[in-house]
Design a protein around this ligand. Structure first.
Ligand code: XIL
Length: 387
């Protein structure tokens, strides 16, 4: 597919090569095949992907890696275990931990000089059956003991090796849920057992994580948390309350699961800026942009272009806020995307199932290339591509 953006990029790469030759930079820096998302990113911004270690990294052998593994290592400077550090995977029975998938992610990251985002410690979903069963009769003290032991064990195992942890995930409902925006004191078994003072439990989850790994940046993380809305207003109030209590909260993550069925909230950068003003890091933690497909399962040209714009808008919101430490896509190829299994939509990632780069990939690469090391974009926002 030939479109103006590609042509402009080809021209830009050719020009960059001439400059590189003139300055006699090493060939590796000038060659276009070395331009990857991670190589173009500002030094203070990690570009990541989710990866399911249990499915795609067990038995990793770098000589040779699979095509998927080669791209994962080449394009990304950060990995998030898509499922491998969730309760159901890592803690399947009360006295049984299974770190096989998580260890595979850590080993791959080490071999490819990548950072790891931990995900996640306090969530209402993907809890093991034993937690669901036991929680029926938990007192708050019981819930606290179980959560503390889990956090100390899992976080402690990888202490010093994880740069960011999603400590609390999706702890607020949305305004369209029954009861409106409120802490998930029904669906989350830990918050339910401690419904009298859920904020105290959330604060202690951050404290236990911080004690187990003092270096990690500790995040609140949620979907529908990109723009300024009633849900992120609740997070903003909670963040202030936790910080006032001395809780080691240090990050706010917007998952970035978008659908072309809905509009894009242009207040994303302003939302990041208000959390950054509290002293927090911010991050885009799970970006993907899904869409309803036609009867053949194909997107339209308009959808493909709009997807690129949406991915790029999220990246720009991050690049333009110095406190934004990481931009992570929730898988990079359609074959491994969680979207078709959950939504009647697809085409959500930046590469096709055959690893063909979509315009969304090109847009991200261009924005990363344009971002100076100090982050201010060289081209003013809006004066860009895909219009
Ligand atoms: C998803 C995974 O991608 C799937 O493989 C799994 O079956 C369900 O969970 N928000 C989150 C992620 O925080 O953990 C979810 O990941 C996607 C939504």
């Amino acid at each position: 597919m030939s479109h103006p953006t590609t042509m402009r990029r080809v021209a830009a790469i050719a020009a960059a090569s001439l400059v590189a030759v003139a300055l006699s930079l090493p060939a590796a820096q000038a060659g276009s095949r070395h331009h990857t998302l991670r190589s173009e990113a500002p030094r203070d911004l990690e570009v990541g992907s989710a990866v399911w270690g249990q499915r795609d990294l067990l038995g990793y052998d770098r000589r040779p890696p699979t095509q998927f593994q080669r791209i994962l290592g080449a394009e990304f400077s950060s990995l998030t275990p898509e499922n491998d550090m969730k309760w159901a995977e890592v803690h399947p029975e009360p006295d049984v931990y299974d770190f096989s998938g998580a260890d595979a992610v850590m080993a791959f990251a080490k071999a490819n000089r990548q950072e790891v985002r931990g995900h996640t410690l306090l969530w209402h979903s993907q809890n093991p059956q034993w937690v669901i069963d036991a929680s029926a009769t938990w007192t708050c003290e019981d819930a606290r003991d179980v959560l503390e032991e889990h956090i100390r064990t899992v976080v402690g195992r990888y202490a010093g090796e994880i740069y960011e942890w999603d400590v609390a995930n999706e702890i607020f409902q949305d305004e369209w849920d029954t009861g409106g925006v409120m802490l998930r004191t029904e669906a989350n078994p830990f918050l339910k057992a401690c419904a009298e003072d859920p904020v105290a439990l959330i604060g202690d989850a951050f404290r236990w994580t911080h004690e187990a790994d003092p270096e990690a940046v500790l995040f609140l993380n949620d979907y529908n948390a990109e723009g300024i809305n009633t849900k992120t207003d609740a997070y903003y109030a909670l963040a202030q309350e936790l910080l006032a209590d001395g809780v080691p909260l240090s990050g706010f993550g917007a998952q970035g699961h978008l659908s072309l069925q809905y509009g894009f909230d242009e207040s994303m950068q302003a939302n990041f800026e208000r959390f950054a003003a509290l002293g927090l890091k911010v991050a885009v933690t799970e970006a993907d942009v899904r869409m309803p497909l036609d009867a053949n399962g194909e997107p339209t040209a308009e959808q493909i272009a709009l997807q690129a714009e949406r991915y790029d808008a999220m990246l720009q919101a991050c690049v333009n806020v110095a406190a934004c430490t990481s931009f992570t896509v929730w898988g990079f190829d359609d074959a491994r995307s969680w979207v078709p299994g959950v939504f009647p939509e697809g085409y959500a990632t930046i590469m096709t199932e055959d690893f063909v780069k979509k315009p969304a990939y090109d847009a991200l690469l261009e924005t990363l290339t344009d971002a100076t090391p100090g982050r201010a974009p060289r081209t003013p926002p809006g004066h860009h591509h895909h219009h």
